[in-house]
Unconditional design. Structure first.
Ligand code: HMG
Length: 463
C-alpha cells in the first residue's frame, strides 16, 4: 500500500494573548490552579479583525509559500472547525476566496473540499478521508490540504473560560510524506450521543458540563484505544512479547489537549487500563501504597460514576500517586511531555489541539537530539458530542528536512499581552472590526461583515 500522511505543517496563532496571572487575579483564582492544575499559562485570543476563516487562510498561505506549491499541485482543501461562521456556506470557500486574492481568480477552482464538523475530532476525520483519497489513487497526482481552525471561546465567568485559545494549522497530506505515514487498516473510531459540550444555533459560546466532559473524553478514548489494539494485533502491525501491552510499542503519543494537564491525565488513564493485568502492576501498586479503587455503582453511567464521590476521591488520590511513580514518569517524559509545550502557551485550539501537540512534540523531541526516524506515533483524537478516533503512523526518514526548521516561537511571532479590560472588550465584541488592537501585515484580515449584503464577509490581504 502507498505511504500517505503529513508532509508539512504550518501554523497561525493570533498575535494577542491573555496571561494566566492577570486572568487569575481578575477572577480571584489561585494562579497555581491554572499553571499546575490545568497547565495553562497563556491563552491566544483573536483580535477584532480576525475570525477562524482568516486564521485558516493565513495558515494555508504559509504552507503553500513554504513549500513553493502552486494551486495546480493541490486537489482538495478541507477545513475542519466547530467555530462555523455560516450555517450553510463552507469555511473553506472563504479560504479559497482569500487565497485567490494572491494566486488569481479561479486558480483553485479545480479543487474539491468541504467544511467538516464534529467538535474537536473532525480534523482527524478530514485527514483520514484525504489519506484514503490518495491511497485510492483518486487524487490525480495532487496533494490535499487539511486545515483545522477554531476559536475556543467560553462564557465569561464560567470554568471553561480558563481553557480558551485560538489558532489554525494547515497540513499537507501526500504520498511519500516527509513527516509521517499513517498505518493502514488500524484507525479506530467510537461514537455516542453525548451532551458533554455543545453549542446550539446562534449561541457564541458552548454549553459545557465540565467534569462530565473530562470523563466522557477518557472513556471514549479508551474505547477507541481498545479497538485500535484489536486491529493492530489482528493485522500483525504490532506483535506483543511476553508481558507486554500495545502502548509498549508506541514511541510517542499525541492526544487531544483542551488544556495541557488533560494530556497527562489521559496518558495515566490509558496506562492504568493497559498495565492492570501485567506483572509490572504489582510493583506499581506497592509503590502507590493503596489498591486501585473500584466503583460500587452498578449503573456504570458517567453521571453515576461522578456521583459516587467516595470512589471519585479515592480514584483521584490513586491517580495522583500513580503519576508520581517512576513507571508513569518515564512514559510521560519519553512519549508525551514535549507535546504539552505549545498547548500551555496557546490554549485550546479545538480541532487543532491534537495536531499542535504533535507538531510541538516533533520540534522539542528533535531539539533534545532524539532520532525520530521510524518511531511509531499513537494519536488519540476526541470530539465532544462525542466521538474518539485512535490511529497511528511512523515518522519518515526525511523528517529532519521539515522538523529542523520548526520554531514555535518564531512561527507564533511577536505577541501582545492583553490587559483584562482589553480581553473583556474583545470577548464581548465591543471592539469594531476596523479598530483592531494590532494592525496586521502580510496576512489576511476581516474588514467587513454584513452591511448592504446580509451575512457577507469581506477579507483583504493586509500588506
Ligand atoms: P474546574 O472544575 O474548575 O477545575 O475546571 P477542577 O476543580 O477540576 O481543577 C482542575 C485541576 O486543578 C485539578 O487537578 C485540581 O486538583 C487542580 P486534577 O484533578 O485534574 O489532577 N487544582 C489545583 N492545582 C494547584 N493549585 C490549586 C488548585 N486548585 C485545583 N490551587 C474544567 C476544569 C476542565 C472542568 C473546566 O475548565 C472546563 O469546563 N473546561 C471546558 C471543557 C473542557 O475543556 N473539557 C475537557 C474534556 S472535553 C474536550 O476535551 C472537548 C473540548 O475540547 C471540546 C470539543 O471537543 O469540541 C472541550
Amino acid at each position: 500500500m502507498k505511504k500517505v500522511g503529513i508532509d508539512d505543517i504550518s501554523i497561525y496563532v493570533p498575535p494577542l494573548y491573555l496571561d494566566y496571572k492577570d486572568f487569575a487575579e481578575a477572577r480571584h483564582l489561585d494562579p497555581a490552579k491554572l499553571e499546575h492544575g490545568l497547565g495553562v499559562k497563556q491563552m491566544a485570543i483573536t483580535d477584532s479583525d480576525q475570525d477562524p476563516a482568516c486564521m485558516a487562510a493565513n495558515a494555508c498561505l504559509r504552507l503553500l509559500e513554504k513549500n513553493d506549491l502552486k494551486p495546480s499541485d493541490i486537489g482538495r482543501i478541507y477545513l475542519a472547525t466547530e467555530s462555523s461562521i455560516d450555517e450553510s456556506k463552507a469555511m473553506n470557500s472563504y479560504v479559497i476566496g482569500m487565497l485567490e486574492q494572491i494566486y488569481g481568480d479561479g486558480s483553485f477552482s479545480h479543487c474539491g473540499g468541504i467544511e467538516c464538523k464534529f467538535a474537536c475530532v473532525s480534523g482527524s476525520y478530514a485527514i483520514y478521508d484525504n489519506t484514503n483519497w490518495i491511497r485510492a489513487m483518486e487524487n490525480d497526482n495532487k496533494a490535499a490540504i487539511v486545515i483545522v481552525s477554531d476559536v475556543a471561546k467560553y462564557e465569561m465567568g464560567s470554568s471553561g473560560e480558563y481553557t480558551q485559545g485560538a489558532g489554525a494549522l494547515a497540513m499537507l497530506i501526500k504520498e511519500d510524506p516527509r513527516i509521517i505515514s499513517f498505518d493502514p487498516k488500524v484507525t479506530s473510531t467510537v461514537i455516542r450521543n453525548e451532551y458533554d459540550f455543545y453549542r446550539p444555533f446562534a449561541r457564541k459560546t458552548p454549553i459545557v458540563n465540565g467534569q462530565y466532559s473530562n470523563l466522557a473524553y477518557l472513556i471514549q478514548v479508551k474505547k477507541a484505544m481498545m479497538e485500535y489494539e484489536r486491529k493492530s494485533l489482528e493485522s500483525g502491525l504490532i506483535k506483543l512479547g511476553k508481558d507486554e501491552c500495545v502502548l509498549d510499542h508506541i514511541d510517542l503519543i499525541a492526544v487531544h489537549l483542551p488544556y495541557a494537564k488533560m494530556g497527562k491525565n489521559a496518558l495515566a488513564y490509558l496506562l492504568r487500563h493497559e498495565w492492570r493485568n501485567l506483572s509490572r502492576w504489582k510493583e506499581i501498586i506497592s509503590l502507590i501504597g493503596m489498591d486501585e479503587p473500584k466503583t460500587t455503582d452498578n449503573l456504570g453511567t458517567i453521571e453515576s460514576i461522578l456521583e459516587d464521590t467516595e470512589f471519585m476521591n479515592k480514584d483521584k488520590e490513586f491517580n495522583k500517586r500513580f503519576m508520581e511513580t517512576p513507571h508513569y514518569k518515564r512514559e510521560f517524559v519519553n512519549k508525551l511531555e514535549s507535546s504539552l509545550i505549545a498547548s500551555s502557551i496557546i490554549g485550546n485550539l479545538y480541532t487543532g489541539s491534537l495536531y499542535m501537540g504533535f507538531r510541538s512534540e516533533l520540534e522539542y523531541e528533535y531539539k533534545k537530539g532524539r532520532d525520530l526516524a521510524g518511531l511509531r506515533v499513537g494519536f488519540a483524537s476526541y470530539g465532544s458530542g462525542a466521538s474518539a478516533m485512535v490511529f497511528s503512523g511512523v515518522i519518515s526518514d526525511e523528517y529532519k528536512e521539515v522538523v529542523k526548521i520548526m520554531n514555535l516561537e518564531n512561527e507564533i511571532g511577536k505577541r501582545r499581552r492583553l490587559s483584562v479590560e482589553e480581553y473583556v472588550h474583545l470577548h464581548k465584541d465591543w471592539r469594531s472590526i476596523d479598530e483592531p488592537i494590532i494592525s496586521k501585515h502580510n496576512e489576511f484580515v476581516l474588514i467587513k461583515v454584513g452591511g448592504s449584503r446580509e451575512g457577507f464577509r469581506e477579507y483583504i490581504y493586509s500588506n
